[in-house]
Ligand binder design. Structure first.
Ligand SMILES: NC(=O)c1ccc[n+]([C@@H]2O[C@H](COP(=O)([O-])OP(=O)(O)OC[C@H]3O[C@@H](n4cnc5c(N)ncnc54)[C@H](O)[C@@H]3O)[C@@H](O)[C@H]2O)c1
Length: 345
């Protein structure tokens, strides 16, 4: 490996372009060595904008080119599995955007492949684990400052739904972030889930919105998750942790947005803009995630804080149980553990 980690980004849409720009702007120990994008004009434009030495239109071609030590996979969900297989085969360090694969069955095969390597090569892009707010909540729970944890309440709202997706995508694509962060936050496995929904917005006819999920962990704490992917007013993520002697919650979102770090009071009104999507809200978390991944990859491993393929499978199993509940009249559904799932081939 050269002195710097030579990173290649595969897929230059919303997420990949951001990762590529972050790398080009400077991540300690890394250089943006290559990009790969299926749309040639997009690849060319980004290559010129960022001065990237090697530009490919095929992910596998980049992986086998010898020009990269590490890859970020930021292509659509259904393409992750093939690219992960190829990158593991080439012994490259991998940061794969969530989810690992669209189904828990495919994710099982990838966990087996990743864990068969003698080095821990792969991290998953569940960036909330690097958000300072979630980290502070987790530290507070760990220290037991407010007594035993009783409940958490999470809210996840997007401005407008991705077109062409159905109700289950709200769970497998959006709520999956909650299914990763909540067990990580509270240090306990989710054992049972129940999906429900009430009146739906009239502004969306492709899927039911909003949706509500109730989860129980193995310590008996209750976790509520409300997801609304067509909320119109802004990108809004909230989390409150309720314990025996107090409650703690993420600081108000607008104060954390890079582009609008001020709250204005005027004309008897206190106001601040909301971000239009997740990128400004989690900009700092994405950069921390990237830096931690590069530092660990240079040392031949993955960051302890990052989600592993096994963690991603756990989130996929929770999502699977929630979709089963959705499809069975809001039944309470047990979540299989990763160990059970891996053993039950
Ligand atoms: N961590 C997060 O907060 C977060 C947020 C949004 C999306 N995501 C995930 O990131 C991934 C990308 O999402 P997005 O919103 O950027 O998608 P997008 O559609 O904006 O971009 C995907 C890009 O990949 C390109 N592409 C498709 N197949 C390719 C291939 N085989 N090789 C090279 N390029 C290919 C497409 O042309 C497109 O430019 C998805 O898996 C999504 O679930 C994560």
């Amino acid at each position: 490996m050269s002195e710097k980690l030579r990173v290649g980004v595969i897929g230059l849409g919303v997420m990949g372009a951001d990762h590529a720009r972050n790398l080009a702007a400077g991540v300690r120990g890394a250089e943006l060595a290559a990009i790969s994008e299926a749309i040639p004009e997009r690849a060319k434009a980004m290559g010129e904008e960022l001065g990237v030495p090697h530009v490919f239109t095929s992910g596998p071609e980049m992986i086998s080119s010898g020009e990269v030590d590490a890859v970020i996979i930021a292509t659509p969900d259904e393409t992750h599995a093939d690219l992960v297989r190829a990158a593991l085969e080439a012994d490259l360090a991998i940061l794969c955007e969530k989810p690992l694969a669209p189904t828990a069955e495919e994710a099982r095969e990838l966990v087996t492949l990743a864990e068969a390597k003698d080095k821990q090569l792969m991290s998953m892009g569940f960036m909330r684990r690097f958000d300072l707010g979630y980290r502070a909540l987790r530290a507070r729970i760990d220290q037991g400052v407010d007594g035993a944890l009783l409940m958490t309440h999470s809210v996840h709202r997007n401005v407008s739904a991705y077109p062409g997706q159905d109700s289950s995508a709200t769970i497998t694509n959006s709520a999956v972030h909650e299914f990763d962060i909540i067990p990580w936050l509270v240090g306990s496995r989710i054992t049972k889930v129940q999906w429900t929904a009430g009146r739906a917005t009239s502004l969306l006819d492709t899927r039911h919105d909003p949706q509500f999920v109730l989860m129980h962990d193995e310590n008996g704490a209750l976790h509520t998750v409300q997801v609304q992917v067509h909320a119109q007013y802004g990108y809004d993520v909230r989390c409150e942790v309720v314990s025996e002697r107090g409650s703690a919650e993420l600081a108000a979102v607008p104060a954390l947005v890079e582009e609008s770090p001020v709250v204005v009071s005027r004309d008897l009104t206190r106001s601040a803009p909301y971000p239009a999507d997740w990128r400004p809200r989690f900009a700092d978390a994405y950069r921390r995630e990237l830096q931690a991944w590069v530092t660990a990859a240079l040392a031949g491993t993955s960051p302890d804080d990052a989600a592993s393929p096994r963690d991603a499978l756990q989130a996929a199993l929770i999502a699977k149980a929630v979709v089963d509940s959705m499809n069975s009249d809001s039944a309470i559904v047990e979540v299989e553990s990763v160990d059970e799932w891996m053993a039950a081939k």
